[in-house]
Design a protein around this ligand. Sequence first.
Ligand SMILES: Cc1cc2nc3c(=O)[nH]c(=O)nc-3n(C[C@H](O)[C@H](O)[C@H](O)COP(=O)(O)OP(=O)(O)OC[C@H]3O[C@@H](n4cnc5c(N)ncnc54)[C@H](O)[C@@H]3O)c2cc1C
Length: 387
Amino acid sequence: MKKILILGGGFAGVEAAIYLRKNNHQVTLVSQRDYFYIYPTSIWIPTGEKSREDVSIPLASLAQAHGFEFVQKEIQEIKAKEKIAICTDGTKLDGYDALIIAIGHSKTKIEGMQEHTLSICGEPEEAEMMRVKIEKLVQEGGGRIAFGFGGNPKDKSSVRGGPVFEVMFNVHNYLKKIGLRDKFELTFFAPMQKPGEKMGEKALVMMDKMLGMTKINKKVGSKITSFESDGILFEDGTKLNSDLTIFTAAGMGHDVFASSDLPLSDAGYIITNEFNKVEGIEDVWAIGDSALLLGSPEWKAKQGHVAEVMARNVAHNITNPNDKKSYIDHLNILCVMDIGNGAAFVYRSTKRAMMVPMPIIGHWIKLGWGWYCRNSKLGKIPRIPGM
Ligand SMILES: Cc1cc2nc3c(=O)[nH]c(=O)nc-3n(C[C@H](O)[C@H](O)[C@H](O)COP(=O)(O)OP(=O)(O)OC[C@H]3O[C@@H](n4cnc5c(N)ncnc54)[C@H](O)[C@@H]3O)c2cc1C
């Protein structure tokens, strides 16, 4: 039995805690939030179908169900070589046999982004603020809403576009349902020429068709220079006017890593080997969005199911040091992209790329996954292998 410290209570940290406990290790999990936030189902908060509570699981309940210790604290600095984490309140967490880093990532910064945009991939409060702002525009009888995502040339795997498309199509359907769609101008924007190309060429054609069918404008291919209270400025000199800007910047290494002694990639992610052990440091592991994604596919993406594979592998690798598991063969894009009145099943691997429309049923499948995620993590229903 080893004494293990996990930093982060998201997909990666929670899965690692669950599987380390199955192997009888003593586990402490530290997170600044006291709940596990199920990001994939948070896309329904802006349109009022779900609340933050609906898509959160208290970490205390998970700790009780699996027998690990939960400590609510914010990490400020990691001294990886000494396996020490220092919290913002000055607490020093040390004395562990192994350290697992799973605090997600930070966002690349663009002028005015903090003040004038809201992200579905940011703090959970932002999704709730979107709901309030959309309702205000509804009360006012209409408005302009811009939806976009950014890129990071230093690490393309950190671009997160899928959830932005989901929120955009959900808002479209919500406005249609309440009879106000024609009072709103919706625009999709992104700096790259082919946003969403990770999903494959067929998916790009389908996305274009969907934008046309839903009368959502498109502004792509020009760098974003700044955000203002009433719109977005682009390098080509144009301005997109907007009353509400919903924007997800690409990720970069967590701000905490910059002041730590960890080996980092150009984009600030922790460099590990394929078994998720941090390069050059014994008994320190990095998983989920915190880790630099290895592997050759140029479409590879940081996703929740990859974070969970890494977590289960690390639990195995710590327990079985002579029989280590790699995550490389599990790299694929897999998601049910909700569009409010249905969904699209998106899959990409080295062998195939597909996007299959799933009208109506797709929406229910994603809702069903949210239910499964909550109840299986709490140990109330059995886990489906690999999920
Ligand atoms: C809206 C949305 C929809 C998505 N949909 C899908 C999908 O359909 N399929 C899919 O596979 N993936 C999806 N993803 C991606 C997936 O959610 C992420 O890859 C996954 O959350 C990564 O897990 P993680 O544990 O590494 O990071 P996170 O889930 O971000 O967890 C990080 C944890 O660390 C904690 N933390 C952060 N900073 C500190 C600190 N300084 N001190 C202490 N604790 C800290 C946080 O509170 C949190 O508990 C989606 C992402 C978003 C945002």
